[in-house]
Design a protein around this ligand. Structure first.
Ligand code: C2E
Ligand code: CA
Ligand code: CA
Length: 513
């Protein structure tokens, strides 16, 4: 308060001091010169020097003042600039973009406009893995690319850390397509920063006025929803806002948010389904099947959330949880050691190819003392589609660990017998798709027999999954199948009933299910 008052009075005080100083200087110096009684020429000389000195001093003060003033005014305009712009890309910041777009929308006939949000995916990951310089580089690069497409009347801004917002007058569909194509083209080439080489990806969400909404802030919100829709679209990360799609997206996102917290909230549980040897139906192993005990929605099956868990990067933690929890459950089963089952664990393609997979399994085995020869990992053929060489390398490392690998879901999707002879796997799991027609079709029986024979010739053990009927079991037994699994014997069950089931099974005469 005091300093504010002082700063307001300062110019007045300074002027007064200058005036008084000048007045005193002139009066006193004149008196001094007069008292010296100098001859005329010398007195004139002294007065000239005195006057020049005064002017030099004043000039110095004017210079100092002007210097300060320009600096202050530069600082103020820079601060004003910063208040409206993003310092990294020099684009408008979010509030300034909203303001400029609102003005621009007002000038449109019939309120025709398009709002585009462009989001750099996984910016946080890029910053974390390659440093913030890499993230900054990508953002500036994207900003440049977008700016190349700007037409008069367009308004571009950076609306948050990873997101650009673009206002376009009217509905220029083809301009948007070409912007999307250019960005896609750029994202296909790897970016080099120092020793790092990586790719970026992006998503684009679009809303339009007047059909979706008529205010910029509402259009912005709807474009955000479209952006989420775009991210969920696996083929093409571009989406126009649509009311019906928004509902499913919001539901999916709510589930996604919940899923992110499910591990720490201990909402995942593991069920176990027995795998029984033929002949005799002796218990060989149990397959772990994860479930999500959602507080509001109840028990959610894995097919509903595994893909999302992969997308949000949760799958690795989930995989570690399933393995540890299953080993812990088996360790605590109060059954004799001689009938303690082996363990089968499912791995999605993303889990299998993660560089931490082998070390993480090794660590869990070391930590728990679980014998590796009692663990098998179930993977599907899709795991090898992208990089068969890498897949083979991981399979060999797992073999060195002493863990066996089963090819799951054989008979669905790409099923190619060619894989079987090339890959170091030990178990083949035939899908229910090949089991179900056994009782009714001779051709199905021939196929099943051929697959089992071929697997045996490659020294693979064969497990038939999804066995629901006794007739199916009989055909499998005739075809020489090694093991079976399915509702005929048991549905997947919680840990709490597993021990009782095993003991009961052990008491049954051989051959009963
Ligand atoms: P999957 O590996 O093929 O697992 C077998 C699925 O078939 C299980 O479904 C099981 O409940 C079901 N099933 C078992 N017997 C029968 C039967 O007789 N008839 C029929 N119709 N179905 C039967 P679930 O538990 O819903 O699991 C679905 C898929 O989710 C699994 O397919 C597996 O791919 C995946 N999954 C489960 N747990 C995990 C996990 O911990 N990690 C990963 N990455 N994936 C998992
Ligand atoms: Ca499986
Ligand atoms: Ca399967």
């Amino acid at each position: 308060m005091r300093s504010k008052l002082l700063s307001r009075k300062l110019p007045f005080i300074a002027t007064l001091v200058y005036f008084a100083g000048g007045f005193l200087w002139i009066t006193l110096s004149d008196l001094m010169v007069a008292s010296l009684h100098l001859p005329e020429t010398e007195r004139t000389l002294v007065e000239i020097v005195k006057g020049d000195l005064f002017i030099a001093l004043s000039a110095l003060m004017v210079y100092f003042l002007l210097h300060r003033l320009t600096r202050i005014s530069n600082e103020t305009s820079f601060q004003k600039y910063l208040a409206r712009h993003d310092p990294l890309t020099h684009l408008l910041n979010h509030p300034a973009w909203i303001e400029a777009s609102t003005d621009a929308l007002r000038q449109q006939d019939r309120n025709d406009a398009t709002i585009v949000l462009i989001d750099v995916s996984q910016l946080r990951y890029i910053n974390g893995a390659f440093g913030t310089a890499a993230g900054d580089f990508i953002l500036r690069y994207m900003a440049d690319l977008i700016q190349h497409h700007l037409e008069p009347g367009d308004v571009l801004g950076r609306s948050d850390a990873s997101r650009f917002a673009l206002f376009l007058p009217g509905h220029p569909e083809s301009a948007l397509e070409s912007l999307f194509e250019d960005l896609s083209q750029a994202s296909r080439h790897p970016v080099h920063i120092g020793l790092h080489r990586f790719r970026f990806s992006f998503a684009m969400g679009i809303s339009r006025s007047p059909q979706d909404a008529v205010s910029i802030s509402e259009l912005f919100t709807l474009a955000t929803i479209a952006l989420d829709q775009a991210k969920l679209n696996p083929d093409r990360h571009l989406a126009y806002y649509s009311q019906t799609a928004a509902k499913t997206t919001l539901a999916a996102l709510r589930l996604e948010t919940d899923l992110g917290l499910a591990i720490e909230r201990h909402e995942f549980i593991v069920h176990f389904q027995p795998i029984l040897g033929l002949p005799g139906l002796r218990l060989l192993a149990v397959e772990s099947l994860v479930r999500w005990q959602h507080p509001a929605l109840g028990l959610i099956p894995p097919d509903t959330f595994i893909q999302t868990a992969e997308q949000i990067g949760l799958i690795h933690d989930l995989g570690r949880f399933v393995l540890k929890e299953s080993i812990r459950t088996l360790g605590q089963l109060s059954v004799p050691e001689s009938i303690r089952p082996s363990l089968a664990i499912n791995l999605s393609a993303l889990q299998f190819t993660h560089r931490d997979l082998v070390p993480s399994i090794q660590a869990i085995l070391d930590e728990t003392g679980f014998p590796p020869e009692r663990l098998s990992l179930e993977i599907t053929e899709s795991t090898f589609i992208n990089d068969p060489e890498q897949g083979r390398k991981i399979l060999n490392q797992l073999r060195e660990l002493g863990v066996s690998v089963a090819l799951d879901d054989f008979g669905t999707g790409y099923s190619s017998l060619a894989y079987l002879q090339e890959l170091p796997i030990q178990i083949l799991k035939i899908d229910r798709a090949l089991i179900k027609p056994l009782p009714t079709r001779e051709s199905a029986r021939r196929i099943a027999r051929a697959v089992i024979d071929l697997a045996h010739s490659l020294e693979l053990r064969v497990i038939a999954e999804g066995v629901e009927h006794r007739e199916e079991l009989e055909h499998l037994e005739n075809a020489g199948c090694d093991a079976v699994q399915g509702f005929l014997f048991s549905r997947p069950m919680p840990a709490s009933t597993l021990a009782a089931w095993i003991l009961n099974q052990n008491d049954q005469p051989t051959g009963a299910a």
